[in-house]
Write a protein that binds this ligand. Structure first.
Ligand SMILES: [Zn+2]
Length: 216
């Protein structure tokens, strides 16, 4: 299977009951995610994620943003961005490193759901980045599939100096590299050029719960 257009006829795409309306511009989704984060930080989340939520049990959905984030247990996007069922789709891997399956999932969100926003969310105290710093300093890359994560994160890490500071500086750089990697996808590039899709990098602070948008 190569080069075929993504067909959506057989997929169940439609606004879920009780879900927020699908925004047609690229600015509204980011504003909604940041507003949700402010509710989270303020300790006043709107959504509780229970089975009786109107948008939870519905045969179709039409999410309006994709979040690409880390697997870290402290950074679940639906919680820290306070979003309901049916609102956002999420791809999470160690250090938001994207292999072919991850990129395919991004294309699925972009082409099938037509999300106007992709948010790449790095975070403070990322274990995958810390492991990469240690691997560089020790000269001993981890074996197995973890080594693939380290290989992808390694270009974002400074050489020499305090381990924690270097890991922290690498967060934003690694987010920027992931944004660039996504921008190389033809499906993404075309939509960004047409103004129907925006890819935004952001950083989550474990200390405060705050999400900050990085350079755009
Ligand atoms: Zn992480």
């Amino acid at each position: 299977m190569k080069g075929a257009p993504v067909a959506d006829e057989s997929l169940s795409v439609g606004t879920a009951r009780g879900a927020a309306p699908f925004p047609l511009d690229t600015a509204t989704p980011l504003a909604q995610l940041l507003a949700g984060n402010q509710r989270f930080v303020a300790g006043k989340p709107r959504y509780g994620h229970h089975v009786d939520a109107p948008a939870a049990r519905t045969p179709s959905h039409r999410p309006w943003a994709l979040v690409v984030g880390c697997l870290d247990s402290r950074v679940p996007p639906e919680a820290v961005l306070d979003q309901d069922f049916g609102s956002i789709v999420v791809v999470r891997t160690g250090g938001h490193v994207l292999d072919e399956a991850g990129l395919g999932s991004v294309e699925f969100a972009v082409c099938v759901f037509g999300v106007p926003l992709v948010l790449v969310l790095g975070h403070q105290y990322c274990g995958a980045i810390a492991a990469t710093v240690r691997a560089i300093d020790s000269g001993t890359p981890p074996g197995g599939a973890i080594g693939r994560l380290v290989d992808e994160i390694e270009p974002a890490v400074d050489r020499g100096g305090d381990e924690a500071e270097r890991a922290d500086r690498a967060v934003g750089r690694h987010v920027a590299r992931t944004v660039s990697k996504l921008s190389e996808l033809a499906s993404v590039r075309e939509r960004v050029a047409a103004g129907t899709l925006e890819i935004v990098g952001a950083r989550y602070e474990v200390d405060t719960g705050q999400v900050t948008v990085l350079g755009r």
